[in-house]
Design a protein around this ligand. Structure first.
Ligand code: M6R
Length: 613
């Protein structure tokens, strides 16, 4: 969603802001803007559309001189994407400039009040209300920090704010509540940003602000305050991943780069947690006594992370013999889940900032359930709130469509399953050893799915099918769960109507939609269910569907009797098979999107981290 960058230093601010915003493009946006303080004036440039348009307007930043500034990419919530609704917003008398991520829920009431008090508004946004509210208090108090504090005290909703005041040229104030914001320490310069890639070129020393935090900073100093406005010391964390992790490095898109990074990401997530053939989860405090009392596990997440939860149900129930229920985070709070100290709530989120997922986590905590989060972004809100956190070491994921984060989340599910099953003794020791051995080979097998030959073959099939209007993904058991993710990939990046069904369910309704030229992606890797899935494949073939089949090498000859377009993946332990099956599905969606000329990394209407409910 929206992206914020702020800079105070001695270099020209605008090019730094534009560069930083370009590293946040992955978050999704529809307009962009910068405000630079120059000779006591707040100079603003903003425009609807891509960052390149804004950059063109201000000659790559050279047209606005000044060494202090704030920049923003906006994902419209209040008011359509337009020049006027773009951030930064300047208050009525021109003294305050604000960039904002999040939603001010009581903005209409505040706006009416400010209008009564004589403030004029240009835009339809909630953010302009914040700028005017701060200016209103500033005019009365003549104190920038106090004015911000008074105004923020009246805001309801979520916000990450970067604020400049015309009368305080070298000072910026940033405030965070329920929207991500980091502070970056430089040498004679300081930064704020929504995410690390925006400032990684300039500093590796960052602080992840907590909810309620305020930072008042100059180029040389930073004073932090907590939610009670008590001064707090913050020790910077050092970012240890390389800038190349957030660059395309020769690939055409982040998505294909991240698809190819999966062997490394999966290895990086698994291998530190497998020692001497045993799964070791150092950060998790689930005791045998606690697990023995456990009645149920809920897996709560959104989108692809939820689909990891659907796979998790199969994996954890089979291995640990505990009932597992995956629930969409947006539904969790309203479904009156049965929670208590005998319930474990597993929260899955790449970004760690998804509003629905965070709200579900808070509800689970409120009702006394233990929470364990699987998160990719260190220091994110969900990581901070959960009782325990297992990080997926996928590195920064930039493409909106998740690939490597999905694979690493799934890897963590395997680890949790083995860890619990071992403590509860619900797994035979030989089975445990077999799975651990296969886990250690998983990265190599994923790499085999991505050989040049395989990728070219998938590309060839994408060329056969990229013009379809409708697609159905079918499979049974874990294949059915992986179909959900394969289908989501196709719809979100290639804009093809696509649905996923348990193969056995087709005949109960959806088969009426199958006609000449409908694409059916049939996933058939579960040995014991292969013949049954093939019966369903024959049913759709008989009705004219084109079928793209995904199976293991062992079933290749058999499936080819019915289906001409087949891609095979190596076999592994059945529990781990989804980690291999998903690779051709991601790659297939990527090439189809490319052939349809879609903006693969930044699909329309989507955002990388969804911080509104
Ligand atoms: O950051 P999160 O894992 O919480 O995000 C959840 C979903 O928004 C995310 O998986 C979304 O569905 C992706 N676009 C899928 O590619």
């Amino acid at each position: 969603m929206c992206g914020i960058v702020g800079y105070l230093g001695t270099r020209q601010a605008a090019p730094i802001l534009l560069d930083g915003l370009s590293k946040l493009e992955y978050r999704g946006y529809d307009s962009a803007g910068v405000c630079v303080m120059s000779n006591g004036e707040l100079k603003v440039a903003k425009s609807k559309g891509r960052l390149a348009t804004l950059s063109g307007l201000i000659d790559g930043g050279r047209a606005i001189q000044g060494t202090f500034g704030i920049g923003h990419t906006r994902w419209a919530t209040h008011g359509a994407p337009s020049d006027i609704n773009s951030h930064p917003h300047i208050a009525d008398a021109g003294k305050i400039a604000v960039v904002h991520n999040g939603i001010i829920e009581n903005y209409l009431r505040l706006k009416e009040d400010l209008v009564r008090k004589g403030k004029h508004f240009q835009s339809e946004t909630d953010t302009e209300v914040v700028a005017n509210l701060i200016e209103y208090y500033y005019d009365r108090l003549q104190d920038f920090p106090r004015a911000v504090r008074r105004a923020v005290g009246q805001l309801e909703g979520s916000y990450a704010l970067g604020i400049l005041c015309q009368d305080f040229p070298g000072t910026m104030i940033a405030v965070k509540k329920e929207s991500p914001l980091i502070f970056g320490f430089g040498e004679g310069e300081n930064f704020i940003a929504s995410d690390v890639p925006a400032i990684l070129k300039y500093t590796r020393k960052v602080v992840y602000l907590n909810d309620g935090d305020t930072v008042i900073f100059t180029k040389d100093t930073a004073r932090f305050y907590d939610a009670f406005y008590d001064p707090v010391e913050k020790t910077p964390e050092t970012i240890d991943w390389d800038i190349s992790a957030a660059e395309k490095c020769g690939y055409d898109h982040f998505m294909i780069k991240e698809i190819h990074e999966q062997p490394k990401a999966v290895k990086g997530t698994l291998s530190p947690r497998i020692r001497d053939g045993r799964v070791v989860l150092d950060d998790v405090t689930l005791s045998k006594e606690y697990l023995e009392e456990l009645k149920r596990i809920y897996i709560v997440a959104c989108g692809s992370s939820y689909y990891v939860g659907c796979l998790g149900k199969h994996i954890l129930e089979k291995t640990c013999r505990i009932p597992v229920e995956p629930i969409l985070a947006s539904e969790f709070r309203y479904s009156e889940p049965v929670l208590g100290s005998d319930t474990l709530v597993l929260i899955i989120s790449q970004s760690g900032e998804t509003a629905d997922t965070k709200a579900a986590l808070m509800e689970a905590k409120r009702q006394g359930a233990r929470t364990l989060a699987i998160v990719n972004v260190v220091g994110s809100a969900i990581a901070k709130e959960a009782d325990d956190v297992i990080y997926t070491w996928a590195g920064p994921e930039i493409a909106v469509a998740t690939t490597k984060a999905f694979s690493t989340q799934l890897s963590v599910i395997y680890l949790i399953a083995l860890y619990i099953a071992d403590l509860l003794e619900t797994i035979r020791p030989e089975e445990y050893d077999t799975i651990v051995n296969e886990l250690l080979k998983l990265d190599q097998k994923i790499a085999l799915c991505l050989t040049n030959d395989n990728v070219q073959k998938i590309r060839y099939y994408a060329e056969q099918y990229f013009k379809v209007h409708d697609a159905f993904f079918i499979g049974r058991n874990v294949d059915s769960a992986i179909c959900l993710e394969g289908s989501l990939k196709l719809k979100e990046i290639a804009y093809i109507h696509s649905e996923a069904y348990a193969a056995g369910e087709l005949k109960h309704g959806p088969i009426s939609l199958i006609e000449e030229g409908t694409l059916v992606v049939a996933v058939a890797t579960v040995d014991s269910l292969f013949d049954k899935t093939m019966s369903n494949v024959k049913e759709v073939r008989a009705r004219g569907a084109d079928v793209f089949g995904v199976t293991t090498e062992k079933h290749e000859a058999e499936i080819k009797k019915t289906v001409p377009s087949v891609i095979t993946v190596p076999a592994t332990h059945p529990m781990l098979q989804p980690s291999l099956t998903i690779i051709p599905l991601q790659t297939f969606a990527y090439y189809i999107a490319l052939l349809r000329d879609c903006d693969v990394d930044k699909p329309r209407n989507l955002a990388k981290s969804v911080t509104v409910e």
